[in-house]
Design a binder for this molecule. Structure first.
Ligand code: FAD
Length: 396
């Protein structure tokens, strides 16, 4: 069986690599691209990365899968996946939430006013969004969210708290889920709003994570939002949130960081001596590497299945759960292997001049657990597989 990409897809990959090579010549390239950076910490939060996003927009990479009527190119979603693969291979910012979750939902459900206001800005990479779903007591069970939206004049008065909002500290707009009908069943009374992030009633407090990914708590106090900024129908937000997740199946999990990490580990064992012998000659390390190489192939196949099912227009929920479960844990195993091979040197932080490979492995060891939490924890992926694939009874 041949899982390679087609001719047009391969041409597109060449185009993206050419674009990246051009960008690598810019003075600010070190801030934009850093293959040693952990993937979860690549945010468009610096002037250099914002400039890079605008260059991507000029190249026509924003909204490729959007309908032509909204400035897109109606290209299959796989091109957005291929773009993100190449970007994450070099540690550059990805196309982001504006093109995916926000843009796709506005195109399908937004009012003409919201489309006219936001879609052109997204296509030009002039606007950043933060996604406000999770709350202190609503993460895995997101439909339990409580942030209150009460009717007030021609709009809504919002009060409550969000947790783990990535990008809140530099985003322009907040894509926020709130409870508009507390009497309705929990999946039914949720609505989506767009709020300007600089509203005086919004307070943002950073949360530092183990892996140096900055996320935030966000407090919403008496924030009034007009009906114009309600997305789609009132109380239909849960449907939009689920749909947006389906759209993002193409762009969720890039494989290249895993592959790059494995290649770097190969480089490490070939170039590192211990007691005058190369690590690559150590039988235990060779055995571990052979196992990891096989697991890498498995991760690649699981990921290609997600793309294959999505490209047929089906929702790959089981395939995506299997892929996320396996590849995020493999990321952790790779980092652990590198730490084991390096011994005490592996503990050196990236700020230490003696840290092997710029401290990549110690950082990776701290950062990879985050991927097993965001976008649905490992346990939730297992529940999906148990319920949908194995048809085991529902968890209680
Ligand atoms: C780095 C990072 C960035 C994030 N960015 C964003 C963001 O931008 N916007 C946003 O809205 N959210 C964001 N999140 C939040 C993320 O989606 C949640 O952390 C995640 O959904 C888990 O929710 P929780 O933290 O409340 O944990 P909980 O849901 O409370 O889970 C706690 C533990 O219980 C387990 N558990 C829960 N339910 C079950 C069950 N039914 N069966 C078995 N085990 C279960 C979980 O697996 C976990 O181990 C981010 C999180 C991280 C770590």
């Amino acid at each position: 069986m041949n899982f390679d990409f087609g001719v047009e897809e391969q041409q597109f990959i060449v185009d993206v690599r050419q674009f990246i090579a051009e960008q690598a010549c810019h003075d600010d390239a070190d801030d934009v691209m850093n293959p040693n950076r952990e993937s979860d910490s690549i945010l468009s939060d610096t002037p250099a990365r914002k400039r890079f996003n605008k260059a991507m927009a000029q190249r026509g990479y924003m909204g490729m899968s959007w309908p032509e009527a909204y400035g897109g190119k109606a290209m299959p979603g796989i091109y957005e996946y291929l773009l993100n693969e190449e970007l994450s291979r070099v540690g550059a910012p990805l196309i982001g939430k504006g093109v995916g979750c926000v843009g796709q939902t506005l195109i399908r459900h937004g009012s003409e006013k919201l489309k006219a206001e936001f879609l052109p800005q997204i296509l030009k990479a002039e606007v950043e969004f933060a996604l406000g779903y999770t709350e202190p007591s609503a993460g895995s069970d997101l439909a339990s969210l409580k942030l209150k939206a009460e009717r007030s004049g021609n709009g809504w008065l919002l009060n409550g708290q969000k947790m783990f909002t990535t990008s809140a500290h530099f985003a322009d707009w907040y894509w926020l889920a709130a409870r508009t009908d507390p009497q309705a069943k929990k999946h039914k009374g949720i609505s989506l709003f767009l709020l300007p992030m600089n509203h005086p009633g919004i307070t943002i407090t950073p949360i530092e994570t183990l892996g140096e990914h900055v996320t935030n708590q966000v407090f919403i106090d008496d924030v009034w939002v007009s009906d114009d900024y309600l997305v789609g129908e009132c109380n239909n937000g849960w449907r939009y949130i689920c749909e947006a997740l389906d759209y993002e199946r193409f762009t969720f999990y890039t494989f290249s960081p895993l592959e790059e990490k494995f290649n770097k580990l190969m480089q490490l064992i070939k170039n590192t001596d211990r007691d005058g012998v190369k690590l690559a000659e150590d039988p235990c390390i060779r055995r571990d590497m052979a196992r990891l190489a096989t697991e890498l192939e498995t991760a690649k196949m699981l990921q290609r299945r997600v793309i294959y099912v999505a490209s047929k227009g089906e929702v790959p929920s089981i395939e995506a759960a299997e892929c996320k479960l396996y590849s995020t844990e493999l990321h952790q195993r790779l980092s652990q292997a590198a730490m084991n091979f390096l011994g005490e040197q592996g503990l050196l932080h990236k700020d230490d001049a003696d840290a092997p490979m710029g401290g990549k492995w110690e950082w990776s060891y701290r950062a990879t657990p985050l991927d097993t939490i965001g976008a649905g924890t490992t346990e939730i992926q297992k529940n999906i597989i148990a319920r949908k694939k194995l048809e085991l009874p529902l968890e209680y």
